[in-house]
Design a protein around this ligand. Structure first.
Ligand code: GCU
Length: 671
């Protein structure tokens, strides 16, 4: 095992410098013969070699010890950490008598402890610290790749990918050199991520074969990610028994179909014994599913769960099921209702190893949505919450949009009010999943500052209560070592509020969409208004918004428990930022903030575009303080962000001025 360093690829939050504090010291590893313990030993050796420290042998004096609780003869510094218990994947970190110690019950904990020491830097070797347990709050912390083997004519190789091609495949074949995949695994492990699904949820023909005759490619990827504790998952087509198996049905209750899945899954585990499981998008946007056979989604998920169970695998069954061919004239169908309508009645009917994967909002990864009511409605089902690190609707990695604050709000939301479980707690036994933003771009994420979103996702999946600004601060410290206060302060200035800035210059007050159909970049207020996709804002000369109330609308508010059901139903209580998601109101309606809806639209759009310009200006302070190539890359993206923010401002403002006839109270220029 060697630590992967890939020339020409930005090291993200793991530059060699991040390991200086530990690598300059004497480090003892007391592990076992597992692959993960070997990784920790390799990491330590690599860091010590670079920074002049030494790998200590048992019995020798050391400054840092990383030990498994099962290792015999623990030195006193480690024995002192016996309490509290580390727990699965966790570790206890403390410092006493001049020795920093990490104790773990399993090798994964040892690896996470090592990266925590890197995060702390010199602080890990300063004052004494009491033994503190670090345990992941969510059991499964997974990134979904929407990578294809082939290049799709419209979507490119990575669906909704804004960072170049796939890191796994190139020219229709697995890449010959997978060092970069290992480096990716290392980056993810340093944030706490422990699972990856490698291919697109829309499973096209070539990718369907990964399950059978192209399984060797999956095994090769798994071999690269395994040393960093990451298990590999595959998106599979529900129609696989037909497409790959030559059967004439994929009916989940048909014995021959069930047998096909059992046999196929067995072969997967013969090849990849620690394979994680399947991800399935069924009956969704044209993908095949159990509805074709008159079966429920519990029937479909359970069939796969049964095939996986003997091997310890899980199926992530996505709840993103809605009618994407609705008639825009039909006001009774509400896309927001669909997942709850389909899945809530199935609560308690899913197997133990079936995880229902629910997007955080009821629509589709918008900048602002209420939390999906499905998450609060299925106490007897294992749930995973799905986020989108790739910025499909949040600026496509051309705009700076740090999503930590949004995810933090999502994870901390309590369906039944104060004192009741948070979304993170509801998902603890399932997991947190996100669509990856990584590609073969030299900066991994297209926009170098979008790396912070990938970092924040992993950290929040491990510790949902961490503050987004604190996470950003960690990321800055690791990624720009020696950057000093100028870099730190400037990046906070640019990024802390960037999600809200993005929200200000795009679709207002939670109404969503207003993006260009298809690629979803830039403004097009009516782009989706008369389409079959169910994403409407209903603006007319008098007002705007979607009436989702029980009293006069689609009844969606009734999918929430109290207090939210009432809060969202009430025009007076509904939070401003979600007003147009729940209510259709006149332009002169006065928000809780005291301004009218239309004036709010004007004000926020002028402010948002101005803030975007401010972000660009702030970056100029860093000329000469960060790597010139990285500086130039960010600058070029900021130019585009400012241009695009102005376009959003002008189109949205012009649209609402023309619809409403209400002038801007401050007389600014609207076209
Ligand atoms: C969005 C996105 C699609 C994706 C889908 C999904 O609609 O635009 O590209 O396939 O979400 O999550 O399945």
């Amino acid at each position: 095992m060697t630590v992967p360093h890939v020339p020409g690829v930005h090291p993200a939050w793991l530059p060699p410098e991040a390991f200086r504090a530990a690598g300059a010291r004497r480090v003892l590893v007391l592990g076992d013969d597992s692959a993960l313990a070997a990784t920790v030993r390799a990491e330590v050796a690599d860091a010590c070699e670079r920074h002049g420290g030494a790998v200590a042998a048992p019995g020798e004096a050391c400054d840092l010890v990383l030990a498994l609780s099962s290792a015999g003869d623990l030195p006193p510094a480690v024995r002192a950490l016996r309490e509290p218990e580390p727990g699965a994947e966790g570790f206890v970190l403390g410092r006493a008598d001049g020795v920093t110690a990490v104790l773990a019950d399993d090798p994964a904990g040892l690896l996470y402890g090592w990266f925590e020491v890197a995060r702390l830097g010199e602080a890990a070797f300063g004052e004494a610290r009491p033994a503190t347990a670090h345990r992941p709050a969510l059991r499964r912390r997974m990134l979904d790749h929407w990578d294809n083997i082939d290049v799709h004519p419209v979507m490119g190789q990575v669906e909704r990918g804004y960072s170049g091609g796939s890191i796994f495949w190139r020219d229709g074949a697995l890449r010959a050199d997978l060092t970069r995949v290992r480096a990716y695994g290392r980056l993810l492990a340093a944030t706490g991520v422990n699972a990856v699904a490698i291919n697109n949820v829309n499973v096209h023909t070539a990718e369907a074969h990964l399950l059978t005759d192209r399984l060797g490619e999956v095994a090769a990827i798994a071999a690269e990610l395994r040393p960093y504790g990451i298990s590999v998952h595959l998106s599979v087509s529900f129609a696989s028994p037909i497409v790959l198996g030559g059967l004439d049905s994929a009916d989940p209750l048909d014995e021959s179909v069930r047998e096909w899945w059992a046999r196929t899954t067995e072969r997967v585990y013969e090849t990849i014994p620690d394979f994680g499981g399947y991800v399935v998008k069924a009956d969704s946007e044209g993908q095949p599913g159990p509805f074709a056979y008159g079966r429920s989604h519990a029937d479909g998920a359970n069939m796969l769960a049964d095939a996986l169970a003997p091997h310890g695998g899980v199926v992530y069954w996505r709840a993103f099921v809605y009618n994407h061919r609705q008639d825009w004239r039909d006001r009774t169908t509400d896309r927001a209702r669909a997942a709850h309508d389909h899945f809530a009645p199935l609560d308690g009917r899913f197997r133990e190893n079936a995880i229902l994967q629910v997007k955080y909002g009821p629509m589709d990864f918008q900048t602002r949505e209420p939390i999906s009511p499905v998450i609060g409605a299925m106490p007897a089902t294992r749930l995973a919450v799905e986020l989108q690190v790739t910025q499909e609707y949040t600026g496509q990695q051309r705009h700076v949009c740090y999503l930590g604050p949004m995810w933090s709000e999502v994870l901390g939301f309590r369906f039944r009010g104060p004192g009741e479980p948070t979304v993170a707690e509801v998902a603890a036994g399932g997991g947190l999943v996100a669509v990856s933003n990584v590609g073969d771009d030299p900066y991994w994420t297209g926009h170098p500052l979008a790396q912070a979103n990938l970092y924040a996702f992993g950290r929040l999946a491990w510790s949902p209560e961490l503050g987004p600004a604190a996470i950003l601060d960690e990321w800055i410290g690791l990624t720009f070592p020696g950057g000093g206060e100028l870099v730190r302060g400037t990046l906070h200035e640019m990024m802390d509020g960037s999600w809200e800035t993005y929200e200000r210059y795009t679709a207002p007050l939670g109404v969503g969409f207003m993006v260009r159909p298809g690629h979803h970049y830039g403004p097009d207020v009516d782009g989706y208004e008369y389409t079959p996709w169910g994403t409407y804002h209903f603006a007319d000369r008098d007002g705007v918004g979607v009436d989702r109330t029980r009293a006069t609308g689609t009844g969606y508010t009734g999918q929430y428990p109290e207090p939210w059901s009432q809060v969202y139903e009430s025009l007076a209580e509904c939070p401003d930022e979600l007003l147009l998601f729940f209510h259709h109101v006149p332009y002169e309606h006065v928000l809780r903030s005291g301004v009218t809806v239309v004036q709010h639209i004007y004000d926020t759009h002028f402010a948002g575009a101005e803030e975007a310009a401010g972000i660009r200006l702030a970056w100029e302070k860093l000329a000469g303080s960060v790597d010139p190539a990285l500086y130039a890359r960010v600058q070029e993206r900021l130019d585009e962000q400012v241009r695009c923010a102005e376009e959003w401002r002008d189109q949205v403002n012009a649209y609402f001025l023309r619809k409403s006839g209400v002038p801007d109270a401050r007389g600014r220029r609207i076209y």
